[in-house]
Design a protein around this ligand. Structure first.
Ligand code: SAM
Length: 239
């Protein structure tokens, strides 16, 4: 897989900023929590959440060297922040019953399935702990892919799993969560100009495509719009 470019990523007008703010708002932080950001990337949302953790602490987890390098520069020398490299297909690299809240933004659709991840999150949370999720959901970027296939009929999203709300609800229930809310929320995102759209597609969407194909796609994508659909989850581990 092509490595993430953390610098190019942070320079983009990312809809992820809004997704992160929604997730943080839904956490209802009191300030004393141990918060884990799963798939933290460059730590943008983690930094915002940290500003609300007056006495709490933050654990950033991601699998990518390059994203974590960028993340580490944000938090240099901050004793309230731990940065851990780990694969989200595996159990979280923390003790059982050890964190008050888990947030994850735009990361879980990178897992090939969600059969294990809710159980892993459940184990890491303390009783009463909260889970807030944003991820690509069922139908995400369907039109974008359709347009891409007019340029390359073989275009596909090899790594992404866009879960249904119903399947997600079932797996969260099986894992033991309560107060489960799951929704699919369309979030159409037009980008301001073709050059930004080209860089966006190259950094985030079709990272293995040639520049030539990406430029062609950036020219024809209707309204330069990315038809995002977000899978949003709020759930609690029972006390
Ligand atoms: C689109 S970025 C989102 C990053 C950040 N949450 C944000 O909103 O900007 C997806 C992140 O998920 C991470 N990721 C994808 N698959 C992963 C896996 N299996 N284990 C750990 N991290 C993973 C990537 O390294 C990347 O940092």
């Amino acid at each position: 897989m092509i490595a993430w470019n953390g610098t190019a990523y942070d320079a983009l007008p990312l809809p992820h900023v809004e997704w992160g703010k929604r997730a943080i708002a839904a956490l209802n932080l009191t300030g004393s929590e141990i918060l884990l950001d799963a798939g933290c990337g460059t730590g943008r949302d983690a930094e915002l959440a940290l500003s609300m953790l007056t006495t709490g602490s933050l654990i950033c987890v991601d699998g990518s060297d390059t994203m974590l390098e960028q993340c580490a520069t944000r938090f240099t020398g901050n004793p309230k922040v731990s940065i851990l490299q780990s694969d989200l297909n595996l159990p979280l690299p923390v003790e059982h019953n050890s964190v008050d809240a888990i947030m994850t933004v735009a990361a879980l659709h990178w897992l090939p399935s969600h059969d294990q991840v809710w159980q892993h999150f459940y184990r890491a949370l303390k009783p009463g702990g909260r889970l807030v999720v944003d991820a690509g959901g069922f139908g995400n970027l369907d039109s974008t892919l359709h347009t891409a296939q007019t340029i390359d009929p073989a275009a596909y999203f090899p790594d992404w799993y866009y879960a249904k709300d119903t399947d997600t609800h079932e797996l969260l229930t099986e894992a033991g969560f309560s107060n489960i809310q799951v929704q699919l929320r369309p979030h159409p995102t037009p980008l301001p100009d073709t050059e930004t759209l080209f860089t966006y597609l190259k950094t985030l969407v079709f990272r293995e495509w040639s520049d030539e194909k990406l430029r062609a796609l950036a020219e024809i994508l209707p309204d330069r719009n990315l038809d995002y659909v977000r899978l949003e989850v709020r759930a609690t581990k029972p006390i």
